[in-house]
Design a protein around this ligand. Structure first.
Ligand code: TXA
Ligand code: MG
Length: 343
């Protein structure tokens, strides 16, 4: 683990970042912090590096990767075209938690895009990530640095839990900020389409680029194939089954009591406001309803914490699908594998 103080004045020439970049140049893969979650980065132009990413994560090979850049000059050869509204979005949100899906350029490995004619790109808003990309002199393909299916890592210790022994190193820049992944937006369709809700909200996108659509696979229960291949997998899941509870705290507590009576060890994922209300074996608060950003920030750490408890069933509160709440609920629905109990 290579520790880097992200607050230091200049990271240029930082020995730990140089160390990490040497592995990247040798087509090895290392983990690094971004403002959303930790990424598992490798040379986006090398099939060898990309294969190592898929192998380390145990990721299905039909799920394409996001390419991370530190300067818009790197888009040359990476994308074939930059439509006007993509340019507006870059100007407004980069560096930041927004990934743009654009027509693929000739320099991207087909392994990165899983054979699609498009490529996903983003410029992360994190000094360590930006310096690593700059120092490597290469665009970095990077998925979240977790074992496929587990909650994404928001701290270096999460990466260590999942990937120790599988990669040469982790750049530790402290806990990430946003806590959920970037918003993925398709800029190649007629209407801007949100493929994955994330750190930049629909409301914020529309202020810059006009009306947007949401991939129907995200909002209906029909088996429409999602356009962001990653969205079709069960994801972000703790080891024990998790149920979303759409109802009052008293109703959720009744569910807990029933399970306790059957001898089950219970867990509750709650907002800070209701934490004192519940009587369960493990109660984990994950932030305030008055600041959903705090819930996004703590969500994955909270989901992982249940694995350290003995809980064999978890009940979770639901959150309003507004602002970053849309991304929070998208991830919770995936962790629950769609299991929701209505009062
Ligand atoms: O915040 C983030 O985006 C983090 C950090 C590390 O940057 N990365 C991340 O990567 O979440 P990953 O691989 O866990 O998720 C990438 C998502 C997947 O759902 C994938 O299917 C989608 O982006 N994606 C990648 N390329 C695509 C493409 N060409 N068209 C549509 N979806 C694409
Ligand atoms: Mg991921």
């Amino acid at each position: 683990i290579w520790s880097v103080d992200k607050e230091s004045d200049s990271l240029s020439g930082h020995p730990q970042i140089i160390q990490a970049s040497l592995w990247i140049k040798k087509n090895e893969v290392i983990a690094f912090p971004t403002e959303t979650v930790y990424g598992l980065g490798g040379n986006a132009e090398s099939d060898e590096a990309i294969e190592k990413i898929f192998a380390a994560k145990g990721r299905p090979s039909d799920n394409p990767l996001i390419v991370h850049i530190s300067s818009v000059n790197q888009l040359e050869g990476l994308v074939a075209d930059i439509p006007k509204r993509a340019q507006l979005l870059m100007d407004a949100f980069w560096p930041g938690p927004l990934t743009l899906v654009l027509p693929k350029g000739e320099r991207v490995s087909r392994r990165v895009t899983a054979g699609l004619s498009t490529v996903a790109v983003r410029m992360p808003d994190h000094p360590v990530a930006l310096e690593l990309i700059k120092e490597s002199g290469l665009p970095l393909a990077a998925p979240s640095a977790n074992i496929s299916g587990r909650p994404s890592p928001t701290a270096a210790r999460h990466v260590f839990e999942d990937l120790k022994g599988r990669i040469p190193g982790i750049l530790d820049g402290g806990p990430t900020g946003v806590g959920v992944e970037s918003t993925v937006v398709d800029c190649t369709s007629e209407k801007l389409t949100i493929l994955r809700p994330g750190g930049v909200t629909k409301e914020e996108l529309e202020e810059v680029a006009g009306e947007s659509a949401v991939d129907p696979a995200l909002t209906t229960n029909e088996s429409a194939a999602p356009k962001s291949p990653g969205m079709k997998y069960t994801h972000y899941a703790p080891d024990a089954p998790l149920y979303l509870v759409d109802g009052s705290s008293a109703f959720l507590q009744q569910l807990v009591d029933k399970e306790k009576a059957r001898g089950r060890i219970t867990g509750v994922l709650t907002s800070d406001e209701n934490a004192d209300f519940y009587d369960a074996d493990t109660v984990i608060p994950c932030g305030s309803r008055k600041a959903l950003e705090s819930v996004a920030h703590h969500l994955y750490d909270a989901l992982r914490a249940f694995n350290e408890s003995e809980a064999d069933i978890i009940f979770s509160e639901v959150f309003p699908k507004k602002g970053v709440g849309t991304a929070i609920m998208n991830r919770l629905e995936k962790s629950a594998g769609g299991k929701i109990i209505k009062e």
